[in-house]
Ligand binder design. Structure first.
Ligand code: ADP
Length: 537
């Protein structure tokens, strides 16, 4: 037999502190930059653990974070787990009702809040039933709030013992908590065990997955409150990569400047971010040196083919498509080209890179058709993707809706896909976003991707609108690129995609709008669009 060795989240940080003590953690703070090392971070995390104990946090208790991507948030990713407690990363962009709901539902005992976000918590403070302490992530002079007895993070840290004394925990104990962003109904909580996060970090950093290395300088644009920040704070720490945090409200200019100044090699975020960055570079005319950037991971929704192509051809940067969800901590699959496919032509390679990739080791998947039968992996047959594995949830926390989604040991994703013979997933649509026309399904994702390839289109979302005869028909909502509005017509859009689709797939109408509404994590918010265009004929 081998040793009994619990896979614990804080062992990830222990390794960084001993193996990579001088590797750096860099945060944009106002006009300046905060820099320190894993050794410094480890020491402060030990103090934070003790400070939380002083505040009455016990094993199993929840500590909520309400913060941008920064070094204090990284400390909070590790300190609660170290003392056997749970870090709950709260989405700072949820509606106030949803925020109050998840904080109460999680039972957060302490909230760690960025100074500029205190006004948001102030508006819901009187509804919070479990919070005992509000800790403001800053110096004492940054505490300016009506939150009762708010204390400065740096004050509690300075007062706490420096001794590193991790709790004795089981690897199956909960160490993290994330809620889905509630595009329909109340947010659902997903709990992560130490073991899940440890294994996720190992599997996701592998060469054929995210290919994360000690040599990397990782900048997550994906918010630290979205799906565990795709695990990057943990996996980057495990491999000893430098980490760069963009701080408050990162915009395309800030992203480009940070890449250039800090020599970022690896970044990650939803497609909306990369569409915005490309548009900014093209419009500003500023020539950034992005040559350090080896790969950008884009996930959270399908990345349009035109964006993959533009990054490759115009910026010389490879976008790597990844797929996952909060329920899977979050990584399911990443698109790396298998050796067998090296001989593909350039356009075949591009088409391949728009797929969602192959599963990481540890993730098992099934494709199940409408009749409940297993569908073939032939790149044609469609079905719902089901998953299981060591970092995939088996329930929502304290939630009656669990039984609809977690059935007989499988997580039913609600994503419709095909899988080809090499195991590459291609997402057709979310079940609730498909357009059902005359009993046949139309993929909104395919239409959007095709429309966004038009040079005058910045963004496009396709939604179903009710139709008396066909039940539903597709409507394209299109945002023209700045400087072209007024010139782009419905016919120009439809003519552009006509060669690629059957006639009945083509949208019945094209509406031009100023902006596609986005969800709290930056995805196209089709629910809002469906409501807006409900009566469109
Ligand atoms: P939320 O549910 O709060 O939007 P998640 O990130 O957990 O946040 O959403 C996961 C869902 O996002 C997946 O089930 C899938 O529908 C979609 N998704 C994630 N990555 C991709 C991708 N690369 N391509 C297409 N859809 C994706």
């Amino acid at each position: 037999m081998t040793m009994h060795y619990d896979l614990l989240a804080h062992r990830i940080l222990e390794r960084a502190a001993t193996q990579f003590p001088n590797k750096r953690i860099i945060t944009r703070v106002g006009e300046g930059t905060h820099r320190y090392t894993y050794a410094d971070m480890f020491a402060r995390t030990a103090r934070l653990g003790n400070a939380l104990r002083e505040l009455g946090v016990e094993p199993g208790d929840r500590v909520g974070t309400f913060a941008w991507n920064n070094y204090r948030h990284l400390e909070a990713y590790f300190a609660p787990p170290t003392i056997g407690a749970v870090v709950h990363t709260i989405n700072i962009r949820l509606a106030p009702d949803d925020m109050a709901y998840i904080i109460n539902h999680a039972g957060d005992k302490v909230l760690l809040i960025d100074p500029d976000l205190t006004p948001v918590i102030e508006t819901i403070a009187d509804r919070l039933t479990t919070v005992r302490h509000f800790v403001i992530l800053g110096e004492p002079e940054e505490v300016s709030t009506t939150l009762p007895d708010a204390i400065a993070y740096e004050t509690v840290l300075a007062a706490a013992s420096a001794e590193y004394s991790p709790a004795d925990v089981d690897e199956y104990a909960t160490m993290g908590l994330c809620y889905t962003s509630a595009t329909t109904g109340l947010p659902k909580g997903v709990a992560y065990s130490h073991r899940a996060v440890y294994l996720h970090s190992m599997a996701s950093s592998a060469v054929d997955v995210l290919a994360l290395s000690e040599r990397d300088r990782v900048m997550a644009i994906v918010p630290m409150f979205h799906a565990n920040c795709w695990g990057l704070p943990y996996s980057s720490t495990m491999v000893g990569a430098d980490q760069i945090f963009p701080g408050l409200r990162p915009d395309p200019r800030i992203i480009c400047e940070l890449v250039e100044r800090e020599g970022v090699t690896f970044s990650a975020g939803v497609p909306t971010i990369w569409i915005g960055v490309l548009d900014y570079i093209q419009r500003s005319g500023v020539e950034y040196d992005l040559s350090s950037l080896k790969q950008i991971i884009s996930g959270g929704s399908a990345v349009p083919l035109a964006i993959l192509q533009a990054y490759r051809d115009q910026l010389g940067v490879e976008i790597v498509h990844a797929y996952g969800m909060t329920e899977a901590a979050p990584l399911i699959s990443v698109n790396r080209r298998r050796s067998r496919l090296d001989g593909l032509t350039e356009s075949e390679q591009l088409a391949l890179s728009a797929k969602q990739g192959v599963t990481a080791a540890g993730v098992e998947m099934k494709l199940v058709d409408e009749n409940g039968d297993t569908a073939e992996w032939d790149g044609e047959q469609r079905g719902e993707l089901w998953f299981r594995g060591p970092w995939i949830a088996d329930e929502y926390v304290n939630d009656e809706r669990s039984s609809e989604t977690f059935v007989d040991g499988w997580y039913h994703s609600g994503d419709i896909a095909s899988i080809d013979r090499d195991g590459y997933i291609q997402i057709v649509d979310r079940v609730k976003d498909m357009v059902k026309s005359g009993g046949e399904w139309i993929s909104s994702v395919d239409l959007e991707s095709a429309i966004m390839a038009h040079p005058d289109v910045l963004e496009a979302a396709v939604i179903a609108i009710p139709h008396p005869q066909w039940q539903e028909r597709p409507l394209a909502c299109v945002v023209p690129r700045a400087g072209t509005s007024g010139q782009l017509t419905k016919d120009a859009v439809l003519d552009f995609i006509r060669p690629d689709f059957a006639r009945w797939w083509l949208p019945d109408d094209v509406v031009f709008i100023d902006e596609i509404p986005k969800t709290s994590v930056g995805k196209f918010d089709k629910k809002v669009l469906r409501e807006r265009f409900e009566d469109h004929r």
